[in-house]
Write a protein that binds this ligand. Structure first.
Ligand code: GCU
Length: 358
């Protein structure tokens, strides 16, 4: 049944049609090919790394005495322009070697309906959060925020879209976590919901220091295949019309023209191998196309298998409500309910990550 669905979609082979590909051949030939192609044709190339100035200040709030909260301000300067971003670093008090989430949120509030501090801290994780609009606005203005430091006067065809700028910020947050004794550097992941789930995937794919990626309801141009989408789900024509600025200009030519895409989203997931990626879906979120999220996980697992890993461990049929396949390095679950980052989503991710590090 799964194979039949995949045949219908006629996906580009991750290995250029070759069989028995070695890890060496994957890493030397195919992985660099997908890395470049996805940026060139979909998200746009990353801007150069610049080192921000950092200011960390203690916030007296301790979440009933169990956590330390620092407000960390990043100031970026380039070409006479400057932009500051405030982030929140919160972790169980007096602890070291903690696993950490870098979290892109829709709002700056802490806690927030998507940011359940108690749950995260009580499970022994630290969290480093940022509001994505504080990085750069969610619109076609590239002349303000962090985008302004790097944008060309006229956007080039393969120049970064906003997803890349948000992902860039998570990478700079990752740089900062490398300097903190509270953090276990081998246990840092990135999490985001919806457009920020797409962003988490890009961050995890292009920065190998992320040991896990949680992409919640990321859908079209995230963890969901672009080919063979159901008529009620979001297609490239929708996402590129409403949110063209999330991507590079080259991507627009594939709207209504998915068969011409030289890749599909399984290539993005495969760049995370052999690390872990967890894809969360909600049954009522038909816009995101959960079957296509599942098939994307399934197909990209071929790369985990090259490394002798399990990839997606599933039941063998297409997914149904309440399925949770999170024991492999590629995890997929389909909870009941609507498009949102809910407490039950955090539960699934935390459970899977704890098992991974056990
Ligand atoms: C829209 C968009 C999706 C996106 C979502 C979100 O629905 O079409 O692609 O994931 O917004 O970010 O909330």
């Amino acid at each position: 049944m799964i194979e039949k669905e995949l045949i219908k979609r006629n996906l580009p082979s991750l290995f250029g049609g070759e069989e028995n590909v070695s890890v060496k051949r994957w890493e030397e030939v195919f992985k660099p090919k997908w890395r470049d192609l996805l940026l060139k044709e979909e998200y746009g190339y990353f801007p150069p790394i610049i080192e921000p100035k950092i200011k960390a200040e203690l916030n007296p709030e301790t979440f009933s005495g169990k956590a330390t909260w620092e407000e960390v301000t990043f100031t970026f300067e380039r070409n006479g322009k400057s932009h500051s971003v405030k982030t929140n670093l919160i972790f169980p008090k007096r602890k070291t070697n903690l696993p950490f989430f870098i979290f892109l949120n829709f709002r700056p509030s802490v806690p927030d309906k998507y940011l359940p501090i108690d749950k995260i801290i009580d499970n022994g994780f630290g969290i480093f959060s940022v509001c994505y609009k504080d990085v750069t606005d969610d619109n076609d203005d590239f002349s303000s925020g962090l985008s302004a430091l790097f944008a060309s006067e006229t956007r080039k065809d393969s120049e970064f879209g906003k997803i890349v700028i948000w992902a860039y910020m998570t990478m700079r947050m990752m740089d900062y976590l490398q300097t903190r004794p509270e953090v276990d550097k081998d246990k840092i992941g990135v999490i985001g919901h919806s457009r920020l789930g797409k962003t988490a995937l890009v961050a995890g794919a292009y920065d190998e220091r992320f040991s896990f990626v949680c992409a919640n309801d990321s859908g079209c141009s995230g963890a969901s295949l672009s080919r063979g989408r159901y008529e009620w789900s979001e297609k490239l024509t929708h996402v590129t019309k409403t949110f063209p600025f999330w991507f590079c200009r080259n991507y627009l030519k594939y709207a209504d023209n998915e068969d011409k895409l030289p890749f599909d989203q399984h290539a993005l997931l495969s760049l995370i191998a052999p690390r872990s990626v967890y894809v969360g879906g909600a049954i009522e979120d038909t816009w995101a196309d959960n079957d296509n999220q599942f098939l994307c996980c399934y197909e990209s697992s071929k790369v985990w298998k090259l490394y002798g890993k399990r990839g997606l461990v599933c039941s063998g049929g297409m997914p149904v409500e309440c399925d949770a396949f999170t024991s492999g390095e590629v995890g997929f679950f389909l909870r009941s309910g609507k498009h949102a980052l809910e407490l039950t989503d955090w539960d699934e991710y935390i459970k899977a990550i704890k098992e991974k590090f056990n």
